[in-house]
Design a protein around this ligand. Structure first.
Ligand code: D5M
Ligand code: FE
Ligand code: ZN
Length: 533
């Protein structure tokens, strides 16, 4: 087995019961014959050592002939907010030769003492920062909390909860009345209502009729085609919560809309940032088990995480579709590399082990994963957790709010993005700009507003899909396109995927962004994109 890749060295050491310092791995990787160097290190290492340290490698290499090597490289595009200046056209990154000096110059960071070694995950490559500085808090994980039985009453509760909680964000802004009260007000009155969108249809004369529903009943609102806000009708989805203000018609049977209000992210929103320079990689859609899974790109990513350049990447957030699954789409079997779902997770776990053991991993399931399809999706069951336990990832529900060193990240797989993109005009939401589709979910303060389309919703006592607190970062995947930008200062990132184009995607012209890892600076919320394909 060629051992030049850091991740493979780490796996080899792990399989022999050792953790390793990052620099030790870097040195081994750049030895002329890493396999022989590793054997020599293990021959010489003291019997009680659990961690292969730089000095062990140095001692072994001083009697060995250390040669140069090629390190995997990646492209990076530094960007701030705004549209996505990712270079999609660039070709494969060429390896950057880096000579091993054998004197300690290769690794970044000024590490005085060896940092404590993470022992939970399999592989370990020391990040120089003190792991005690790390923190991950989870809010809204509904794993094990599901109470829904699919009864009609559950649907009633979930929509009542949605109207109550999203309505609360609107009621203070307008002088609203219940639907039944509006019906009995005199014609010509100024009226306002908070409700769920029940129906949207165009009238014979080209105006729009939007029916709003609240706990008392429904009321029709007419949006005139020549009003400036008619454009907003294009953005509406059924079952979202909004408020309308307007004037009652003479017979009080309808109101003419003067303004519309959305729960939205307040313009005053100021994101929190981490107190130190630390980064998170935000990825999704690995699709292990698919013939199109890009193992080489994944290995290059894992290798890169072992390099000094990635030293500040201390978190990996994975937004679903770990595996390809079975029976997700018709004829999917023809494209499977691994047909057994458990074996897919076992293979995924092996790929996860290549990620340095001192990176914290948080993951949620997606629609290809082996959990219920209806959202919210609970985190994986015990059996699957056990299969994926080697790296000790935190596994939470889809969606969940994950606060990393003070920066809140709303993780959601993103199935509703298909719906948003299908329903809204191209300039407002498209596969090419997936982050713009995400903006609409932020504006509606709900990750999957429309019930009964692509997105399957599980009725629960409460609506777990509401975006109650404004996140600092909104992270989705699913559409296999990379895009990011800011909406009212919330960073929206849709990560790409690790699966090359499937036959289905070819048939519908989806050209996936595969093999990219967006890296977020948690202290500035700036994004850089690393390319591994
Ligand atoms: O989703 C990847 C993207 O491709 C997402 O936008 C859905 C779409 N997709 C992929 N295959 C199909 C089929 N067979 N029908 C409809 N839409 C599809 P993913 O969740 O990774 O499959
Ligand atoms: Fe996917
Ligand atoms: Zn998906």
């Amino acid at each position: 087995m060629p051992l030049e890749a850091p991740a493979r060295i780490v796996s080899e050491l792990t399989s022999r019961g050792y953790n390793a310092e990052r620099e030790a791995v870097t040195r081994l990787a750049s030895a002329a014959d890493p396999g022989a160097a590793l054997e020599r290190v293990l021959e010489d290492i003291p019997d009680d050592a659990l961690v292969v340290r730089t000095e062990h490698v140095e001692a072994a290499l001083s009697t060995d002939d250390a040669g140069g090597s090629a390190e995997p490289s990646s492209e990076s595009a530094a960007v701030g907010d705004g549209p996505t200046p990712v270079d999609h056209s660039s070709t494969d990154p060429s390896p950057t030769p880096s000579a091993s000096t054998g004197t300690g110059g290769a690794s970044g960071g000024e590490r005085a003492d060896p940092a404590p070694v993470e022992t939970e995950g399999s592989p370990s490559a020391n990040r120089s920062a003190d792991p005690a500085q790390r923190s991950v808090e989870i809010v809204g994980d509904m794993t094990g909390q599901s109470t829904g039985t699919g009864e009609y009453s559950d649907f009633v509760s979930v929509f009542r909860d949605r109207l109550d909680r999203l309505g609360a964000k609107l009621r203070g802004r307008i002088n609203h009345r219940p639907a039944t009260a509006i019906q009995s007000m005199p014609g010509g009155s100024e009226v306002a209502m908070v409700g769920l969108v029940n129906d949207i249809r165009s009238t014979a004369s080209g105006h729009w009729l939007v029916e709003l529903e609240d706990a008392t009943g429904t009321f029709p609102w007419l949006v005139m085609k020549d009003r400036e806000y008619v454009d907003l009708v294009d953005e509406l989805l059924c079952d979202e919560v909004l408020a309308m203000e307007g004037t009652l018609a003479d017979d009080s049977g309808i109101a003419f809309v003067d303004s519309m209000h959305f729960p939205d992210v307040p313009r005053t929103h100021e994101p929190s940032t981490a107190d130190r320079h630390v980064q998170a990689a935000l990825i999704s859609d690995v699709h292990v088990g698919s013939q199109e899974f890009m193992a080489d790109a994944w290995n290059a990513f894992a290798d890169w995480l072992h390099t000094p350049e990635a030293e500040h990447v201390e978190y990996l957030l994975l937004a679903g579709d770990m595996v390809e699954g079975v029976g997700v789409y018709p004829d999917q079997d023809d494209e499977l590399d691994i047909v057994d779902i458990y074996e897919q997770y076992e293979a995924f776990s092996e790929h996860l082990k290549k990620i340095p053991g001192d990176i914290e991993i948080v993951m949620i399931p997606g629609n290809h994963d082996a959990v219920r399809l209806a959202e919210p999706q609970p985190g994986f069951d015990e059996e699957l957790r056990e299969i994926m336990s080697a790296h000790d990832p935190q596994i939470v529900s889809n969606p969940s709010m994950v606060t990393v060193e003070g920066v809140s990240v709303l993780m959601y797989h993103g199935v509703s993005l298909d719906e948003v993109i299908a329903e809204l005009p191209e300039d407002k939401a498209s596969y090419d700009d997936p982050h713009k589709a995400m903006y609409h979910l932020l504006k509606k303060r709900h990750v999957a507003p429309q019930f009964g389309g692509h997105t399957r919703l599980a009725p629960e006592e409460k609506d777990y899909l509401i975006i109650d607190e404004v996140p600092d970062i909104f992270h989705t995947g699913h559409v296999h396109k990379l895009g990011f930008g800011k909406y009212h200062d919330v960073l929206a990132i849709n990560s790409g995927c690790w699966q090359a184009q499937t036959d289905f995607q070819k048939s519908v012209n989806i050209d996936p962004d595969a093999g990219f890892a967006p890296i977020v600076d948690l202290d500035t919320l700036d994004v850089t994109v690393q390319k591994f394909s």
